[in-house]
Design a protein around this ligand. Structure first.
Ligand code: NI
Ligand code: MN
Length: 227
């Protein structure tokens, strides 16, 4: 029972696992890297890490079209509730056994203001344990933090890390993050969407290969990875 991960550009991913379709940070409209549109994507669940437009993205129209269930922080769940969108609230350190697997919210050092200026609480990342017991870490938008070592102690199969700099970790700190997380495979994200976050992912991959035991996969938007 494998899990299929599809990169949609920026920090947006499709996850097919245990017969369910998840979309992480569903950012299609305004995402120059998105290989499909918000009108085409299929979803049973939307996981939203924080309130910024490139993460909450197309959540509301996708829910209205597909009936997908949203899983997000308590503050964003409350904000969605005021718009008649039901969401499962979780928060940092808290895990829950969903039908698709065990999802824990991880810490992230960033902001989380919502598009209308509402308070969005703390941002988060995700640690998904699949039904096949694979551990997949989505750091989402964050700076480097030392407790990544503790997530690494869980034994990560895949880690998705931002390398774009400016708003999140850049290549140097993302390399340090790989050393703390020690994932079997690492995939860079949150870069080359806009000029402010232009990076060379292949150059970063070479540094990771030279300095760690992690395998690096540079995914093009639309590409998939089997775990
Ligand atoms: Ni952000
Ligand atoms: Mn972002």
């Amino acid at each position: 029972m494998s899990t299929t991960l599809t990169f949609y550009g920026q920090a947006s991913f499709g996850v097919e696992t245990a017969g369910f379709k998840l979309v992480i940070d569903p950012f299609f409209t305004g995402n120059p890297l998105a290989p499909i549109s918000a009108e085409e994507v299929e979803a049973d669940y939307l996981l939203v890490s924080h309130g910024h437009g490139d993460h909450i993205g197309d959540t509301i129209p996708i829910v209205k079209r597909t009936g997908a269930k949203v899983i997000t922080t308590a503050e964003i769940a409350g904000w969605l509730g005021k718009q008649d969108i039901e969401a499962h609230p979780q928060h940092i350190g808290g895990g829950f056994h969903h039908p698709f697997g065990y999802l824990k919210f991880t810490q992230a050092f960033h902001g989380s203001g919502l598009p209308d200026g509402s308070y969005g609480g703390m941002p988060a990342g995700f640690l998904l344990t699949t039904k096949a017991d694979k551990k997949i870490y989505f750091a989402q938008d964050t700076g480097l933090f030392g407790d990544m070592k503790l997530y690494g102690d869980e034994g990560l199969d895949v880690a998705f890390l931002p390398i774009g700099d400016n708003f999140t970790m850049g290549p140097d700190d993302a390399l340090r993050a790989v050393k703390l997380l020690r994932p079997k495979t690492v995939v860079p994200m949150h870069y080359n969407t806009w000029p402010l976050i232009e990076q060379d992912p292949q150059a970063w991959a070479e540094r990771v290969r030279a300095q760690t035991d992690s395998k690096v996969i540079v995914m093009q938007p639309g590409e998939t990875l089997e775990v």
